[in-house]
Write a protein that binds this ligand. Structure first.
Ligand SMILES: O=C(O)C1=C[C@@H](OP(=O)(O)O)[C@@H](O)[C@H](O)C1
Ligand SMILES: C=C(OP(=O)(O)O)C(=O)O
Length: 433
């Protein structure tokens, strides 16, 4: 699908942003592993989370949709051998967390995914899970899907420091550690999103977290999980597109309610504010152990900034849209120490730079990041390939709204991975000036 966007738009609206993808995945997983019936309100019905539902149905979990809620009947960590390949689609989160969960099950299962997911590295989870006693076989290419996994009851506990911060790796190990024969210790620096820890604690797991010698440390004891009642807040990674839209378009304001504001996710707000953005946070509350609130963003004059390396995990999915904001800012923005971007749905260092260049921006590739020399005057309409990466398609579409002329985004259907009604909301709420 190609989407054409007439530029020079403005937006003044309250926007309903879709539910959080990370929490939606985890709600199905924890619900399937718990004792009792989990009820999920405001679940994200987007392709990545549907891949998680489909995999857990194949593993015997009973999952149904009733009055807009997802109801999951838990299997108390006793899943059934799947009769078919578990298709993880485009979703890294589904794959890596599932590899941790299946490490605790005694049957064999095969996981596969689409052509993008088949290129993404998996040894980062299979290596430590192998140390715990699970067996993995790469069926086609070393480090990649398709993978055969055979788990084990009574895994060995692990004491492991993550080489690179990753919520997916950490979560895979925690799910396995819940069924190990003793206490596991997992450390990371800097800390990545902690939804798994928070949700598992509310499900009754014996998990303790603290900071020690600068490292974020998680101690996991063998535990059973109890069913949860979850209301999923809006996803700040999706909200980020509309926040930046308001900042870079003239005479604009966007209001986003019930958005997740967990401090491991709000790097985008902090960095945009550092760049001079007019963003206000209101109505801060705690819901299901997570901080949520209202975000108000208005048209702003932005200046370049250098992103602190400790903030990279806090903005990892927002870097393409942060780069768009940087293209409109005065001066240089440097986003370095972000080698993880090379192994996302696309090489997001390359695809973000190609996107910006197609709109006329001055920007350069660093070994592990990007440098953008912002200037609104350089920017004009362009034709951009998303390379089937949802975050690139959405970032390009936002940029297109703020420049003169008509732009085209090719392969734009991939927005359905995380934000199926993105274009309806974008083109419905923003108007030509
Ligand atoms: O755990 C999660 O829900 C996620 C973790 C991040 O990946 P990494 O753990 O690979 O950094 C992020 O990029 C992804 O979109 C969602
Ligand atoms: C990287 C992402 O997701 P995943 O790793 O789950 O595919 C993303 O949504 O930007």
């Amino acid at each position: 699908m190609n989407v054409k966007i007439e530029g020079r738009r403005k937006i003044r609206a309250k926007v309903t942003i879709p539910p959080d993808k990370s929490i939606s995945h985890r709600s199905i997983m924890i619900g399937s592993l718990a004792r009792g019936t989990t009820e999920i309100e405001n679940f994200l019905f987007a392709e990545d989370c549907l891949s998680t539902i489909n995999c857990f149905k194949k593993l015997g979990a009973e999952i149904e949709i009733k009055n807009d809620k997802v109801i999951v009947k838990g299997k108390n960590y006793s899943l059934s051998a799947p009769q078919q390949v578990l298709d993880c689609g485009n979703s890294g989160t589904t794959t890596r967390l599932l590899l941790g969960i299946l490490s605790t099950q005694e049957f064999e299962a095969v996981l596969d995914g689409d052509s993008s997911l088949r290129k993404r590295p998996m040894k980062r989870v299979t290596q430590p899970l192998g140390q715990m006693g699970a067996c993995f076989e790469f069926l086609e290419k070393e480090d990649c899907l398709p993978i055969k996994v055979k788990g084990k009851k009574n895994l060995k506990p692990i004491d492991y420091t993550l080489p690179v911060s990753s919520a997916q790796v950490k979560s895979a190990l925690i799910f396995a550690a819940l069924k190990a024969e003793g206490k596991s210790v997992i450390k990371e620096l800097p800390m990545s999103r902690d939804h798994t820890e928070l949700m598992l604690k509310s499900a009754g797991a014996d998990i303790a977290t603290c900071f020690e010698n600068g490292f974020y440390k998680i101690e996991v004891m063998p535990s059973n999980l109890e069913a949860l009642k979850i209301k999923v807040p809006s996803d700040i990674s999706s909200a980020a597109f509309f926040i930046v839209l308001a900042l870079i378009c003239e005479d604009s304001e966007v209001i986003i309610e019930n958005c997740i504001l967990n401090p491991t996710r709000t790097g985008i707000i902090d960095i945009l504010k550092q760049m001079g953005a007019d963003i206000k946070i209101k109505n801060v509350q705690i819901q299901n152990g997570e901080t949520i609130g209202t975000i108000v963003a208005k048209t702003s004059s932005l200046r370049g900034a250098t992103v602190d390396k400790n903030d990279i995990p806090r903005i990892i999915d927002e870097i393409p849209i942060l780069a768009v904001a940087a293209a409109f800012a005065d001066g240089k923005t440097i986003i370095d120490n972000a080698s993880e971007l090379r192994v996302k749905e696309s090489d997001r260092i390359k695809t973000t730079l190609e996107m910006l260049k197609n709109f006329g921006a001055e920007c350069y590739e660093l070994e592990n990041g990007l440098e953008i020399v912002g200037s609104r005057d350089n920017l004009k309409a362009g034709v951009v390939n998303s390379y089937n990466d949802h975050r690139i398609a959405m970032a390009a579409s936002i940029l297109a709204c703020a420049v003169d002329g008509e732009s085209t985004i090719t392969n734009a259907e991939c927005v359905s991975i995380s934000f199926p009604n993105f274009y309806k909301i974008l083109l419905g709420h923003s108007k030509k000036v």
